[in-house]
Design a protein around this ligand. Structure first.
Ligand code: 5CA
Ligand code: ZN
Length: 419
């Protein structure tokens, strides 16, 4: 999968400190990495519709972590995926009369344009579900051999020329740590599982929560050779497990995504990592949900503010990014016109404040931005620190030659805002 171009990161004096983040599994602040190498897996898009503000906010949040790690002198490996075959994508393709491949290719390209415009650093390893199928099939076959997964009989007409080979499910009961990521009770998990792509009612499963690892061929569905599994396509959670493990090993620093991925997706992908002999991420980070008119922005509901539409309307992508940064990444918040107008005004003030040669001493501002980000990526506090410097610069002036350059480079490197 092709990534997007990496923006240049300007150098700034000094160095950031250890970044602490809230691990949503334990609810505690933890060191995000053990250094000097830091590894991050962020769940990528399912490309059946254009990037909305919720996606943008999630990717910008993890971009702040990436930038803070680089500023702390870490050597970062950032990995992400594209879920380029899955039920919602196939359903949308059928409903709109385009091929699922075309839909996925077009939306993945648009996402790359949006990420470029928003100044998100590209992943070092970026893999689609489709290109990972052989590795997933091999891993699923291994889990079957070890008795950690089992087959479930198919309905009439499924399975192509091998209807005897069932769908494959992971057995959650073999894992004593199952449930440790989300920490929910059984009733909550079953309800969420059904809501978020699971099939608790499927007859023949050992436990309602057992997730699909390999779905056999169905008439009209795309299917790939799965060797001993028979033709079919992978389950969603195992794709992320295999992509993360392949690029980062069985034990890495942070897995992230929106809060809607905590259960079942991150619970299941971590359980799969354990079943394959690793341990998955040391910390899980989840972003709050961005909504519109009080409801979570979601492709399936259709209450979306689309990044590319705003860009087409001439909205400066840096104003979109700044609107996002005015909220802490764990917060749930609603997008509205005021949020954007405030960001546009702020961007204008910041640009005016850095336009001269001299200004107030930048050192304490750079320290404050770094300190805010190291403290669980507190972007609103970092933005306030820049506001203070900009207000002083505009009202009092200042005589430190080069100060505007230092502040604008710090804003660029740490917050991803190009003035
Ligand atoms: N492809 C899978 C992950 S492997 C997926 O969830 N794709 S997605 O396109 O539905 O979402 C992409 C990312 O955006 C996920 O991290 C998801 O949690 C996040 N996201 C989706 N809606 C919102 C929202 N309203 N607010 C914040 N983040 C959101
Ligand atoms: Zn994922």
């Amino acid at each position: 999968m092709q990534t997007w171009p990496a923006p240049q990161i300007p150098s700034i004096p000094g160095r950031g400190g250890q970044v602490r983040v809230l691990d949503s599994t334990t609810g505690e602040l933890v060191d995000a990495s053990r250094g000097p190498h830091s590894s991050l897996y962020v769940c990528g898009i399912t490309p059946y519709d254009a990037t909305h503000l919720g996606h943008a906010a999630t990717y910008i949040a993890f971009d702040l972590l990436h930038r803070a790690w680089l500023d702390a002198g870490q050597d970062v490996t950032f990995v992400s995926n594209v879920t380029d075959v899955d039920d919602p994508l196939l359903e949308r393709a059928t409903a709109t009369g385009v091929s699922w491949e075309r839909l996925a290719t077009d939306q993945t390209a648009l996402f790359a344009e949006d990420m470029t415009a928003l100044g998100v650093l590209p992943p070092h390893v970026y893999l689609g579900a489709v290109e990972t199928i052989p590795r997933v099939a091999e891993a699923v076959a291994r889990l079957l051999d070890r008795g950690l997964a089992y087959r479930v009989e198919l309905e009439e007409g499924a399975g192509g020329d091998r209807p005897d080979l069932g769908d494959v499910y992971a057995d959650v009961s073999v894992d004593p740590h199952f449930g440790s990521v989300a920490g929910l009770d059984h009733d909550q998990t079953v309800a969420l599982f059904a809501e978020r792509g699971g099939d608790p009612e499927r007859p023949g499963k050992r436990d309602p929560l057992d997730p699909a690892l390999w779905r056999r061929e169905r008439p009209g569905d795309p299917a790939w050779d799965g060797g001993p599994l028979g033709t079919g396509r992978p389950g969603w959670h195992i794709e992320c497990t295999i992509i993360a493990e392949g690029a980062l090993g069985g034990d890495f620093d942070v897995q992230g995504g929106g809060r809607d991925l905590c259960f079942p997706h991150h619970e299941m992908s971590t359980a799969h990592a354990r079943a394959l002999g690793g341990s998955g991420a040391r910390a899980h980070m989840h972003t709050g949900m961005v909504g519109l008119d009080g409801a979570k922005m979601s492709k399936s509901v259709g209450n979306l503010v689309i990044v590319s539409t705003l860009r087409e309307q001439g909205v400066d992508p840096m104003a979109i990014r700044l609107a996002v940064l005015a909220h802490h990444y764990r917060e749930d918040w609603d997008w509205d016109d005021t949020v954007l107008t405030e960001a546009q005004t702020r961007l204008g003030r910041w640009r005016a404040a850095v336009s001269g040669n001299g200004g107030p001493d930048p050192e304490s501002t750079v320290v404050a931005i770094r300190r805010a980000l190291a403290n669980d990526l507190d972007a609103p506090a970092a933005v306030r620190a820049v506001d203070t410097w900009a207000d002083d610069s505009l009202s009092l002036g200042g005589d430190v030659v080069g100060a505007p350059g230092v502040v604008s480079r710090a804003i660029d490197a740490l917050l991803g805002i190009r003035l």
